[in-house]
Design a protein. Structure first.
Length: 56
């Protein structure tokens, strides 16, 4: 989940609790998120260009 001012959040318990998963993601508008099957990285497409990966 992407939030305003809190970065990317991740839940491992069906949404009961959420934890910051932003890592070193820059504070830009995130336009897309993707995780490849079997991958351990979150890819974030940013407004203005650029793709950043954050380890899950």
């Amino acid at each position: 989940m992407i939030t305003v001012g809190q970065g990317a959040l991740r839940s491992q318990d069906n949404g009961a609790t959420w934890h910051n998963a932003s890592g070193d993601l820059p504070l830009h508008d995130v336009r897309a998120l993707a995780v490849a099957p079997g991958a351990r990285d979150l890819s974030a497409g940013l407004h203005g260009g650029g793709v950043h990966q954050v380890a899950l």
